[in-house]
Design a protein around this ligand. Structure first.
Ligand SMILES: CC(C)(COP(=O)(O)OP(=O)(O)OC[C@H]1O[C@@H](n2cnc3c(N)ncnc32)[C@H](O)[C@@H]1OP(=O)(O)O)[C@@H](O)C(=O)NCCC(=O)NCCS
Length: 179
């Protein structure tokens, strides 16, 4: 089966309620996975994951995908272009790899490159943004490698482990090359 978004190792496809598994909920409850994610503020369950999928699928300003390995069809994480502003054709890209055995293999880089291209070519966006907690070096590296530029720093924007942290804001325009 061919998918709208695929790379050498992964494909992205929309999620359904059947994709809201115990593994998916467990990823989001894992402090290593959710460290820099807003989902950490609320314990996640299969029902909350299913509700999130339904909300996104009902929201024309949101395109949520599961990240699947081509070799095994295993669901390993999610990626989304959300907060789409149809007047200005902008959107925000976010992702996580929940299956930690898949970290450090460059999968997130493939996802960001492929989903960014989809946002420009298929959704017609004219600007895609991403926000990263300042200490999230892996994430910053991935976005900058895909061609995103650092555009701003929101000082003291979030709180983690009792510490105020800055958030780095990045953006990319159509045609801007990967680093
Ligand atoms: C951040 C995340 C998406 C990275 O996914 P990944 O597929 O493991 O990323 P990659 O394998 O492409 O690695 C990216 C780079 O970051 C580096 N890296 C990984 N962890 C790091 C860390 N703690 N500090 C510094 N660099 C780190 C890797 O070495 C790699 O660089 P390299 O290619 O030069 O060796 C993944 O770890 C994740 O989902 N984390 C939890 C959720 C999250 O933080 N999402 C992003 C929110 S903005």
């Amino acid at each position: 089966m061919s998918h709208a978004i695929e790379t050498d190792r992964i494909y992205l496809r929309p999620l359904t309620a059947a994709d809201a598994t115990a593994d998916y909920a467990a990823w989001l409850n894992d402090p290593e996975v959710n460290r820099y994610l807003e989902t950490r503020h609320t314990p996640q369950t299969i029902a909350s994951c299913a509700a999130f999928i339904a909300d996104c699928n009902n929201d024309p300003r949101s395109h949520l995908f599961g990240i699947f390995l081509r070799a095994s069809d295993a669901h390993v994480g999610n990626a989304k272009i959300g907060f789409i502003n149809p007047y200005y054709r902008t959107g925000q890209l976010s992702l996580f790899i929940g299956d930690k055995s898949q970290w450090g293999k460059g999968i997130a880089g493939e996802v960001v490159a492929a989903l960014t291209a989809y946002g420009f070519d298929q959704l017609g966006l004219q600007r895609i943004e991403a926000g990263c907690y300042a200490p999230n070096e892996a994430s910053l590296k991935i976005f900058e490698r895909a061609g995103y530029r650092r555009e701003g720093r929101f000082r003291s924007h979030v709180e983690l482990d009792g510490e105020r942290l800055d958030v780095i804001w990045l953006g990319i325009l159509p045609g801007e090359p990967a680093a």
